[in-house]
Every structure is written in structure tokens, then in C-alpha cells.
Design a protein around this ligand. Structure first.
Ligand code: 5GP
Length: 131
């Protein structure tokens, strides 16, 4: 059965897309730990990130770097933090999280519940900066 992220990539489930290329897809996390929290996923369905072939993983990191550059320009923050957890959705993904302090990237706190309009507004800002 397709993962929820494959359904997002295929457009069966709506998302606030940031960027995509042939291999990867980036979209806003629906429950961000900080505003602009973005997920980068491979289009190929694979659960564990370190099972990804070296060359694909390398390109995934470069794609994540491009997304992070767009986030950093669009959102007021010191830098973009990166983490991989993957306990909830069995489809490899990198979390890219705008941060000003360490606690901005802490997953133990209550996550945000932005409206669709708020997510759309942030997505537009980040998309504009994606090169
Ligand atoms: P993890 O698997 O790394 O623990 O977390 C999965 C992440 O995916 C969570 O941060 C969660 O908010 C996000 N997520 C789960 N379902 C959806 C969804 O349907 N749409 C979006 N945009 N994000 C989701």
C-alpha cells in the first residue's frame, strides 16, 4: 500500500508544495515544530533513509540544501536545522526546520496547527526563493 507521502507526491492528498524534481519532493509539514518546517522525501518509496543508495542520498542532500537556502531567505531565522526521525511515516524524509534557538527543533513540544491559509502563505514565500 502506498505511503501517505507517496499519496502526497501523486497529488491524491493535498499538500503545500515547496519544490520538486525528478527524484525528490519537498512540502510543508502539516504540524510544524516551527513555522516553515518542510519535509524532503524521495519519490521512490523507501522506509529507512540509510537504505538509500549512496548516489541518490547525495542528490537528496543537495536538493535539501537548495530547499534550506530558500527557507532561510524567506523566513526570519538564524539557520535551518535538519533532522531525520521517521518513526511516524515509513517513507524516508528529512525535516528542515527554521530555527533561532535549539528548542525550535525540539519534537517533544506541542506541534503547531496552522490553518491551510497560513500554510499556503508560508509556502508561497519559500517557493519564491527556491532557485
Ligand atoms: P516522523 O515520521 O519523522 O516522526 O514524522 C513524520 C512527519 O510527517 C510529522 O512531522 C508529521 O507532522 C508529518 N505528516 C504526517 N502526515 C502528514 C500529512 O498528511 N501531510 C503533511 N504535510 N505532513 C504530514
Amino acid at each position: 500500500m502506498a505511503t501517505i507521502f507517496s499519496k502526497i507526491i501523486n497529488g491524491e492528498i493535498p499538500s503545500h508544495k515547496i519544490a520538486e524534481n525528478e527524484e525528490f519532493f519537498a512540502f510543508l509539514d502539516i504540524n510544524p515544530v516551527s513555522p516553515g518546517h518542510t519535509l524532503v522525501v524521495p519519490k521512490m518509496e523507501i522506509d529507512y533513509i540509510f537504505d538509500i543508495e549512496d548516489d541518490v542520498l547525495g542528490r537528496m542532500m543537495v536538493f535539501a540544501k537548495q530547499v534550506a537556502a530558500a527557507q532561510r531567505t524567506a523566513i526570519s531565522c538564524k539557520r535551518i536545522g535538519m533532522t531525520v526521525i521517521g518513526l511516524e511515516v515509513p517513507h524516508a524524509h528529512i525535516h528542515l526546520i527554521p530555527m533561532n534557538k535549539e528548542s525550535d527543533i525540539y519534537f517533544g513540544k506541542e506541534k503547531g496547527t496552522p490553518t491551510q491559509e497560513e500554510l499556503a502563505e508560508i509556502a508561497i514565500k519559500i517557493r519564491k526563493e527556491f532557485k
